[in-house]
Design a protein around this ligand. Structure first.
Ligand SMILES: Nc1ncnc2c1ncn2[C@@H]1O[C@H](COP(=O)(O)OP(=O)(O)O)[C@@H](O)[C@H]1O
Ligand SMILES: [Mg+2]
Length: 292
């Protein structure tokens, strides 16, 4: 049976708890063209929140397209531009033919070579290889607005673990270029999110940095106990197991409502229970979890 509790991946809609206000706020801001900088410690739920909120937004508004870039694994400035261009192109066109046309039309200065990947799950994937000169860098950074304007859509570019970019050699000049291209864009919003609070704050709140006051800063809070408890009780119930509200509260207290640890602890309890959770199961499984 599939576990109703998930950790280590982005949670899908079924195991996603609440965050009604945050979802609404993110959709309103990004949907109306305001950039967002979302900050919280690791594993509280930023990536999951942005993904769920943006999936909802694209369902609700057919003019909106969203692309996701994970800066965590990006090692060079050139790699960032390559992935940025690839993801923007991919989200704005649905077929491989249209993507290739867009590359030709919108990336004239770059003249990238294109690699097609035959991936069984996504036969339309492709990658770009490019030579970077000043003029092609600006063309890539201006790409979202050009595509959005030409297609009559609104683009949202989400950059996860944004602060990692600040560690790249050459980041200072890159930051200036990004800011000068992106601040003029009317049909594009940017969502930067990250877990290194002081770095994120320095990027957005230090008046000598290009991204000073670039958008709305949001601090993601933990999900409240009152929201977790019904989720936990229901998740057991719909998989034909039982846990009391009081026991669910106890689990929240053990991990202080930390999203990742709570899903993990719930999974341990859930998988160790055949019908009804007992205090003994909680005790044994909590110790097992601590040992791991
Ligand atoms: N809204 C949520 N509902 C339920 N579980 C969540 C939620 N947000 C996060 N989690 C849990 O926390 C884990 C870490 O979430 P993630 O979005 O990767 O956090 P971050 O991006 O802040 O590091 C997820 O794998 C999931 O187990
Ligand atoms: Mg994340």
């Amino acid at each position: 049976m599939k576990s109703p509790f998930q950790y280590g991946t982005l949670v899908d809609k079924e195991s996603f708890v609440n965050r009604v206000e945050e979802r609404k706020q993110l959709k309103e801001l990004l949907g109306s063209g305001i950039n967002v900088m979302l900050i919280s410690p690791r594993r509280w739920g930023k990536s999951s929140l942005v993904k769920v909120a943006m999936d909802e937004l694209t369902q609700e508004d057919k003019h909106i397209r969203v692309c996701f870039i994970d800066a965590f694994s990006i090692k060079t400035e050139a790699e960032f531009y390559r992935i940025f261009a690839r993801e923007v192109i991919s989200c704005a066109a649905s077929t491989l033919e249209k993507r290739l046309e867009d590359v030709k039309q919108f990336l004239k200065a770059v003249s990238p070579s294109i690699t097609l990947k035959s991936d069984p799950t996504d036969t339309l994937s492709f990658d770009l290889k490019l030579e970077l000169e000043e003029k092609s860098v600006m063309e890539i950074l201006e790409l979202p607005e050009k595509i959005a304007a030409a297609k009559g859509i609104h683009l949202i570019v989400c950059i996860d673990e944004f602060q990692q970019l600040a560690l790249l050699p050459g980041y200072k000049s890159m930051e200036g270029k990004m800011r000068s291209a992106w601040q003029k864009q009317q049909q594009v919003s940017y969502c930067f999110y990250g877990s290194k609070r002081h770095m994120m704050m320095d990027i957005s709140n230090n008046s000598s940095n290009p991204f000073y006051r670039f958008g709305q800063v949001l601090f993601l809070q933990k999900i409240k106990k009152e929201e977790w408890v019904p989720f936990i009780v229901n998740a057991f119930h719909r998989t034909n197991k039982e846990i009391s509200e009081q026991q669910a509260e106890q689990l929240c207290d053990i991990v202080k409502c930390h999203s990742w640890y709570l899903q993990q602890l719930c999974y341990f309890i859930w998988s160790g229970t055949s019908e009804k959770v007992t205090d003994e199961i909680i005790e044994i499984r909590t110790h097992q979890l601590i040992d791991t």
